[in-house]
Design a protein around this ligand. Structure first.
Ligand code: GDP
Length: 433
């Protein structure tokens, strides 16, 4: 899929446009500059084409002068995206800052979709003409708040992506490493790749291939997604947390299995939990890698007590296997790829309907569903509707009656029967008609 990035000076309505593109109108958007927003990376779909959007306005360095701020945004957009949505404000007219941004964008050679926002009424339509002067083609009149022009903009976005975006990594296991700076991600990648001879195949295609590292091991093909993001050093914004979060989300989207790397030397931090949360929400396979094991003072209880701590801190990742490794001494590095294979296989596991229904029936016989307002949940049958993550639909008398605790009970029964290590399970109740 393609990636587009939104740029523009402050207060032109970038996050309104972002929300329009991802189709979520509920997010809080305030008409004040510098409002902090958490959503900076989103999934979108238009005319059955899926793509991703980055709101670079959400990646801010505190107290930066405008010029540095905007340069960072544009640089990120150019690096991370296939096309750029440049938002200007039709009510303010063309400003010097717009011209400055346009100049950088023209140099980048990336397709630019010029959007004149805040054209809330046809009578303001004339305001778009002066923006031709930016030399970025036809401006699109838009009202982010009233929803005018959204379709035209989405058409242009979908057209802007290179034609050859396809899945070059078909049949390969894609994994990524996420975690705070200095937890050892790049050391781990090197340790994994250097285990024995690495055959790096040359996959030609999109511009983003350069950041992924394909390799073969024992006849199997893998791709480390976003190796560039792991290795790159020195840019100012590399240390901006929101930038790494955006980068991590982008990597997570593109892979099958996520290695959440934790620094065993400094322990678990809040930021570790944030990134791990994204992996969980995206429904990817997840493995917790506890790195720098060589620095940990060990007694016979250390794995047990650290594992307990990890389980407490990452409650929602109870299904994720934990591996204690050292990129430095290479301890247990050879177990990483087999574990990735296993987790990937479980995320793709399909259970036969009759076997599945036996397990669900047994579970109900053992612990009958609870009653609510005198009504008992009845499960008629169950069907697996998707993999990655495995998704099960329960056909029931009343979906409201499937409470969280019973859902968790059923999930545990499914795990007892089929394991599903490393993958989240989705269980959905639907009314039987
Ligand atoms: P990244 O920012 O997550 O990619 O982290 P790096 O791979 O650059 O590692 C950060 C620092 O931790 C470097 O100084 C590494 O040498 C060190 N490091 C990485 N893995 C280990 C390990 O297993 N044990 C020890 N003792 N140090 C490590």
């Amino acid at each position: 899929y393609g990636i587009t990035a939104i740029v523009g000076r402050p207060n032109v309505g970038k996050s309104t446009v972002f929300n329009r593109i991802i189709g979520e109108r509920k997010s809080i958007v305030e008409d004040t500059p510098g409002v902090t927003r958490d959503r900076i990376y989103g999934k979108a779909e238009w005319l059955t084409k899926e793509f991703r959007v980055i709101d670079t306005g959400g990646i801010q360095i505190e107290n930066q002068p405008f010029k540095e701020e905007i340069e960072m945004q544009v640089e990120i957009a150019i690096e991370e995206a296939d096309s750029i949505v440049f938002v200007v404000n039709g009510r303010d007219g063309l400003t010097k800052d717009d011209e400055y941004i346009a100049k950088m964008l023209r140099k980048s050679q990336k397709p630019v979709i010029l959007v004149v926002n805040k054209i809330d009424d046809l009578q303001f339509m004339d305001a778009i003409y002066e923006f031709y002067a930016l030399g970025l083609g036809d401006p699109i009149a838009l009202s982010g708040t009233h929803g005018i022009g959204i379709g035209d903009m989405l058409d242009k976005i979908v057209e802007s992506f290179p034609k050859n975006i396809r899945n070059e990594y078909e049949g390969m296991t894609r994994f990524c490493l996420i975690g705070r700076p200095n937890v050892g991600k790049s050391s781990l990648v090197n340790a994994i790749l250097n285990q024995d001879r690495v055959i790096v195949s040359n996959v030609e295609g999109t511009t983003r291939d350069a950041i992924d590292t394909p390799f073969k091991r024992e006849g199997k093909e893998y791709v480390v997604v976003d190796t560039a993001g792991i290795r790159k050093r020195g840019k100012v914004y590399e240390n901006v947390e929101k930038y790494s979060v955006m980068r991590a989300m982008s990597a997570i989207e593109r892979c099958d299995v996520v290695l959440v790397v934790i620094d065993g030397e400094s322990g678990i931090r809040d930021q570790d939990k944030h990134v791990a949360g994204y992996a969980h929400e995206a429904g990817k396979g997840v493995i917790l890698i506890y790195n720098k094991w060589d620095t940990v003072d060990k007694d016979e209880n250390s794995t047990v007590s650290i594992e307990k701590k990890l389980r407490n801190e990452f409650v929602y990742l109870s299904y994720a296997p934990i591996l204690f490794v050292s990129a430095l001494t290479k301890q247990r590095i050879h177990q990483i790829l087999p574990l990735i294979d296993m987790v990937h296989d479980y995320s793709l596991l399909r259970i036969q309907t009759n076997v599945l229904n036996e397990v669900i029936l047994d579970a109900q016989l053992m612990t009958p569903p609870p009653t609510h307002n005198g009504k008992r949940l009845r499960i008629y049958y169950c069907s697996q509707v998707a993999v990655a993550p495995p998704t099960f639909v329960l056909f029931v008398n009343d979906p409201e009656l499937l409470h969280f605790s019973y859902k968790r009970f059923l999930e545990n029964k499914l795990r007892e029967a089929f394991d599903f290590t490393g993958t989240t399970l989705r269980i959905i109740a639907r009314e039987k008609t």
